[in-house]
Design a protein around this ligand. Sequence first.
Ligand code: SF4
Length: 319
Amino acid sequence: MTPFNYERASDISEAVGKPQFIAGGTNLLDLMKLGVETPDRITDITRLDMKNIEDHEGGLRIGALVSNSDLAADMRVRQTYPVLSRALLSGASGQLRNMATTGGNLLQRTRCYYFQDKSSPCNKREPGSGCSAIGGVTRLHAILGASEHCIATHPSDMAVAMQALDALVEVEGKDGSRRIALSDFYRLPEDRPDRETVLEYGELITAVVLPPAPTGKQTYRKVRDRASYAFALVSVAGIVSMQDGKIAQVALAFGGVAPRPWRDLEFEAALVGRAPTRETFDAATDILLRDASGQGGNDFKIPLLRRTLRAVLTELCEE
Ligand code: SF4
């Protein structure tokens, strides 16, 4: 590991503006050991006052340092936002969930094999060097939202559920605080896959705000290569409410298929007001997958997403 300077911040204002924060370290330390991340200086934020889950504007305000375990176990989350609790429990291992934080989970890096291998060209690690995944092993890679410069997927389960819940990310920067809709938080790779979010230099995530819980049934379904401790090949966070035998409201977000948690409002609109039939689901899914394309090794994700979505919708539309 490359030597670095370590400091500990005692309050939020002291932390803001620093180049590299560390909290649980479950992703950053791995990347530092691999030589993928080589910060000169890291600022420990674990003593900051960001560890509470508070009732807020009819929903919840989740401090950025709340652990994934504590968030999944919170009774308000389990009862009112079960899609989030399920997504969290489907991620990583118990030990990792005890260490991993809400803010850190949002900022975890892709698990693209070539990104983590310093000997492979990678535009995300070294802009302009090329993308080793294109033409390589692509089982984990994107079928939506990718570019000719990067086809990596975002690895978080938590963020997919938060995307379906219309979460807001609270950040603190040199110019004060701001809230960013999670749907606007991540950038698509385009020609700069190294720029993954809209965060400015030194901005610190302080909390995630969940709006009041939506009505209807919720679920999170994750398809992966083994039953635990594996990243999603395809995942679906779904919230559906029914009225008079028709779909009244839907929110559906997808993981394992795109560089960011994926949501498509045109696809959702194609479900609303319709009877929950296989024809309805398939016609809407055609819209969702209109621009989907594989790289060979991940072609299977296109039919897998269709089947997984059909199963989720069938479950959620049962009255
Ligand atoms: Fe790097 Fe993205 Fe290509 Fe993976 S897919 S090698 S992260 S540029």
